[in-house]
Ligand binder design. Structure first.
Ligand SMILES: *[C@@H]1O[C@H](CO)[C@@H](O)[C@H](O)[C@H]1NC(C)=O
Ligand SMILES: *[C@@H]1O[C@H](CO)[C@@H](O)[C@H](O)[C@H]1NC(C)=O
Ligand SMILES: *[C@@H]1O[C@H](CO)[C@@H](O)[C@H](O)[C@H]1NC(C)=O
Ligand SMILES: *[C@@H]1O[C@H](CO)[C@@H](O)[C@H](O)[C@H]1NC(C)=O
Ligand SMILES: [Zn+2]
Length: 509
């Protein structure tokens, strides 16, 4: 040790001192007391203090006393809530000949400023290889500034894929797989593959997810629009109407029912899809419906905007629907017909969107949103808001109550929201890499004033302090609550067959 010290030159000593003094404020904030706020969980709210130590919630009760050196935040009159968990993002995804412009760090930084403290991103296999896809995403996520997990897409089927799914679940902490019923010629899979995938998911206790649009019919619809001379962004909406989302949603639900495995429908955009989910849940089938902020608050009129750039930034799939769908989806969310909200954050800047200037089929699909969970609150109560933006996601992906709750022992991922303070969304301050924002100029009451991620204050007084590399990968275990009772249904099915029937041997004379 002496030796080692002696070898360090003088200038380096100075550097070390500077480094240590920079570290000091971080050490102090290891202990935080949030005083006097209304602590909101999905099923309960109460005025209480929240004490955080070493990244974990150590106490939730009234009048907590602490010594010196604890950072104290006054939250009187404000809500203290679990940070948002975004179940649906695409950071640094290679897609449609380009790559989404927000990487893990920039996307997460924006998310933290908006009150989201965890997200689950979709690993896309590399040339169909799950392990290669996983390795690539581990690299992409190295500079993460907040906790994250992975879903994985399944884009082809063979023995290797089947074996690798098992490795992903048992060793890599992935408990959900997504099947694209659209994007013919790239990500789309057949019904045969869907059935194989559902069976495998069931045996592994992994949740099957679907992007539900009939890809063959979308392809037909696109041809129709081009033949009609409709090449602009409005052609995107016109080529893939709600009926195609309803059809695929219904098909996926019925096939999942046939296999008897739970199903998660991502980005429900239309009444058509939502109706299928409502019907299935009513009949007792285990189906989860996720909607996204763009579906709740936007409508398709923007796709007819005479400015290409303006219209193109709203191109996503399934498309943003006509007025009326959003209201219905909001209702479905508040009554529990749909269970949670994501953002499908998948941003391309205006240069990338311009790839489709002559042909809407070449506009990279995707909108921003990772930092605008607040906008979805609409008619929701604060407890329901916590349920759909955090708790339900944690339960579905089997990480509750480590995430999704303000309870003793939970991770200190917390936001402080001031219901009386206003926020406004604009591309000038949104922290994304992209130059546009589909929520430009929108705002409202209810501003996230403080974000604490992993026990560290990362957003306060409109200042962002996202630290690259501080986010952790969250492994998610299989067999969530939806798998309970599945064997009973299987047994009932088998006994209902009343087969094979024992028959006497045929006589031949
Ligand atoms: C917000 O307004 C309500 C009602 O006027 C009040 O009770 C509460 O204390 C206010 N909160 C803050 C942080 O100003
Ligand atoms: C994927 O496969 C194609 C064709 O076999 C090959 O050209 C390409 O290099 C592969 N890509 C990767 C990332 O391995
Ligand atoms: C549809 O969206 C446009 C643009 O955001 C908005 O001006 C209009 O009021 C919306 N229409 C309805 C019926 O909500
Ligand atoms: C969009 O991103 C690309 C790639 O990073 C960059 O070359 C281009 O200048 C960006 N366009 C705008 C308008 O920011
Ligand atoms: Zn998506």
């Amino acid at each position: 040790m002496e030796n080692y010290r002696a070898q360090i030159p003088r200038s380096a000593h100075l550097l070390i001192i500077v480094f240590l003094s920079l570290l000091l404020p971080l050490c102090e904030s290891n202990q935080i007391l949030i005083k006097g706020g209304t602590v909101v969980n999905a099923h309960h709210r109460e005025v209480a203090d929240v004490y955080i130590e070493d990244g974990i919630i150590a106490a939730v009760q009234k009048n907590i006393m602490v010594g010196d050196g604890v950072k104290i935040i006054d939250a009187t009159g404000k809500y203290v809530m679990p940070g948002g968990i975004d179940p649906h993002t695409h950071l640094a995804m290679e897609f449609m000949g380009t790559e989404t412009i927000d990487d893990f760090f920039s996307g997460q930084a924006a998310a933290l400023a908006g009150g989201t403290t965890m997200h689950i991103d979709f690993v896309i296999p590399v040339n169909g290889s799950l392990s290669a896809g996983y390795e690539a995403y581990v690299k992409k996520a190295e500079r993460s500034a907040m906790d994250y997990g992975f879903h994985m897409a399944i884009t082809k089927w063979d023995e290797t894929v089947s074996r690798e799914m098992e490795v992903m679940v048992k060793e890599n902490g992935i408990n959900s797989f997504k099947f694209f019923m659209a994007y013919k010629g790239s990500l789309m899979i057949s019904d045969e593959l869907l059935l194989e995938g559902f069976k495998k998911c069931k045996s592994l206790g992994a949740l099957a997810m679907v992007h539900a649009e009939n890809g063959d019919a979308v392809f037909e619809g696109q041809k129709r629009m081009i033949e009609l001379g409709i090449t602009g962004p409005e052609g995107h909406a016109l080529s893939r109407p709600p009926v195609l989302e309803g059809e695929a949603t219904s098909r996926a639900i019925r096939l999942a029912g046939f296999v008897n495995t739970p199903l998660y429908v991502v980005h429900v955009m239309s009444i058509d899809a939502m109706g299928e989910i409502a019907k299935a849940r009513k009949s007792g089938q285990k189906v989860i419906g996720e909607t996204v902020v763009s579906a709740l608050v936007l409508n398709d009129s923007v796709l007819w905007d005479s400015d290409f750039q303006t219209a193109a930034k709203y191109v996503m799939s399934p498309p943003i629907r006509a007025p009326g769908h959003g209201k219905a989806l909001q209702g479905a969310l508040s009554t529990g017909v749909l269970q949670l909200v994501g953002t499908d954050h998948c941003t391309f800047n205006s240069t990338q969107k311009a790839m489709g200037i002559d042909d809407f089929r070449k506009i990279p699909n995707g909108v921003n949103g990772i930092n605008i969970f607040q906008s979805a609150s609409g008619q929701l109560s604060v407890t329901d808001f916590v349920r759909v933006t955090s708790t339900e996601c944690a339960r579905i992906f089997n990480i509750y109550p480590r995430k999704g709750a303000i309870l003793v022992g939970s991770d200190a991922d917390i936001i402080i929201l001031n219901p009386n303070s206003s926020f406004e969304i604009t591309a000038n301050t949104h922290h994304y890499r992209t130059d546009t924002n589909v929520y430009e100029g929108r705002g409202g009451k209810g501003k996230v004033e403080v974000t604490i991620a992993g026990g560290r204050i990362v957003w306060e007084k409109d200042e962002l302090n996202a630290v690259p590399g501080s986010g952790k990968y969250v492994k998610m275990a299989p067999f969530n609550y939806m798998f309970e009772g599945l064997e009973r249904a299987d047994a009932e099915y088998l006994s209902s067959l009343r087969a094979p029937v024992t028959r006497r041997a045929m006589h031949t004379t």
